[in-house]
Design a binder for this molecule. Structure first.
Ligand code: UD1
Length: 423
């Protein structure tokens, strides 16, 4: 038996959706909070499974955690070292932020694997190189990562590729090391800037926020603080695309315009009917008359996390569009499912070529990763007839109450239990 999402498509949506707190920021804030060895309060934390996995790890490290409504209270005054070999470490990729946090605190870390969606090669060489630049000795023994931080020192890191995770891990280690560390070719995602603001509120000295060169004067004693998580820009983008495909009028609240500028630029080119004021985006179903070429790229470029939702949207557009997926070598699992629903999409050399079709038809489809599963929900909302989306566990990793939020705006969508006889 399996929980699935059942959708009867082609319903015109109308109403208001409130965006939850950012997944990609809170998965960094939670491990980082330990550095205070004190009480940290973080508001606007979404109840998604990645958060529960991180809380499980905190508890194994002897940390007291309370989670009421959307507020996390983390008291790490009694934190103690534990090898990072808990099963929860393997449920998400961002669990590797504990590497840098514990390495700086205890000068050693032994870790087993990390999790995360399968999107092609996802090495952690950049993280390891950054740690090595700061004096870490690293070895891999069978399936274990062993980090020795007995001789940590400040340093100069120049990333040869932009990585969100490696930038965050470098920051989290550098702020614990006395002296000045410079991080060049850093990622500039808003989640990194916000993490730096959080660390600064805890007492860290970080310069260059929002730029690709971050300068840290490390080794300060940190203390507890209170912080408010930002809205999830990928959730905004997902619902904005749903609105553009299916809504009479969808009002999306808690939006930071600057964070979704790449999507709004694309809407401008496609002449999507939308308006934005203060923190509210309104989107209406739009007849798109042309194709587009989109390149996924590090922030402020078009986010790879919206590539899959965008593919579903473009699948029923007039014209031919191309999305060049420049970040992940295999973020294409949704394409086969979309084609089975009637789409006409090819992938060559990381280029997704989408020939718009008139209509998708409902089917049983398999979500195989977080944003891929979300893109199939979008396809189900667009399609004629009934769609059943499998892979709910992926959606629950990153979207708070997706079904409830969509039902509130009159989507014909529900949670069901089905037996496919294959699990
Ligand atoms: C973060 C986001 C994820 C988003 C991605 C790209 C979080 C929790 N997740 O993931 O939603 O899709 O940014 O915007 O914030 N790479 C290496 N070596 C490394 C690290 C990365 O080659 O050591 C490569 C990756 O395989 C990928 C590219 O660099 O091709 C970018 O990855 P990265 O920015 O590190 O993504 P994540 O931090 O994992």
């Amino acid at each position: 038996m399996e929980e699935v999402i059942r959708i009867k498509g082609q319903k015109l949506l109308e109403g208001t959706i409130h965006i939850s707190g950012s997944k990609n920021l809170c998965v960094a804030l939670i491990p980082a909070s330990i550095l205070a060895r004190d009480v940290v309060v973080i508001h606007n934390i979404p109840p998604i499974s990645d958060v529960y996995s991180l809380v499980e790890i905190l508890e194994q490290l002897g940390i007291c955690v309370e989670y009421h409504q959307d507020t996390l209270i983390i008291d790490s005054s009694n934190v103690k070292y534990h090898d990072l070999d808990m099963p929860a470490m393997e449920r998400l990729r961002a669990s590797y932020y504990f590497y840098s946090v514990l390495l700086g605190m205890y000068h050693k870390v032994t870790a087993s694997g990390i999790g995360g969606c399968r999107l092609g090669e996802r090495p952690i060489d950049l993280h390891i190189k950054a740690f090595e630049q700061l004096g870490t000795k690293f070895q891999k023994q069978e399936n274990k990562y062993i980090f020795d931080g007995e001789n940590l020192h400040a340093g100069h890191i120049i990333f040869d590729k932009i990585s969100v995770g490696a930038t965050i891990n470098a920051i989290l280690l550098a702020i614990q090391i006395k002296g000045k560390t410079i991080i060049e070719n850093a990622a500039t995602e808003p989640e990194i800037t916000e993490l730096c603001k959080f660390l600064s509120k805890m007492g860290a000295t970080i310069e260059g926020l929002g730029t690709d060169c971050i300068v840290i004067k490390g080794g300060k004693t940190l203390h507890g603080t209170t912080f408010y998580n930002i809205p999830d820009r990928i959730e905004v983008g997902t619902y904005a695309l749903i609105g553009a495909a299916t809504a009479k009028n969808l009002i999306i609240k808690n939006v930071i315009k600057e964070h979704i500028q790449a999507l709004l630029d694309l809407f401008d080119i496609l002449e999507v009917d939308y308006s934005i004021k203060e923190n509210e985006l309104q989107v209406r179903k739009s007849k798109i008359k042309k194709g587009i070429i989109v390149l996924t790229a590090p922030y402020p470029g078009f986010p790879t996390d919206l590539q899959q939702p965008l593919t579903s949207f473009l699948a029923v557009n007039e014209g031919t569009s191309v999305i060049i997926e420049s970040i992940y070598t295999n973020r294409f699992a949704h394409i086969k499912e979309l084609n089975e629903m009637g789409a006409n999409i090819n992938v060559t050399n990381m280029n997704i070529i989408i020939h718009g079709v008139k209509e998708l038809r409902g089917l049983v489809v398999n979500g195989k990763d977080l944003r891929g599963a979300a893109s199939l929900v979008i396809a189900g909302l667009i399609a004629k007839g009934e769609t059943v989306v499998r892979g709910l566990e992926y959606i629950n990793r990153g979207y708070e109450n997706m079904i409830k939020k969509l039902r509130k705006v009159h989507a014909n969508i529900e949670l069901c239990i089905e037996d496919f006889g294959d699990n």
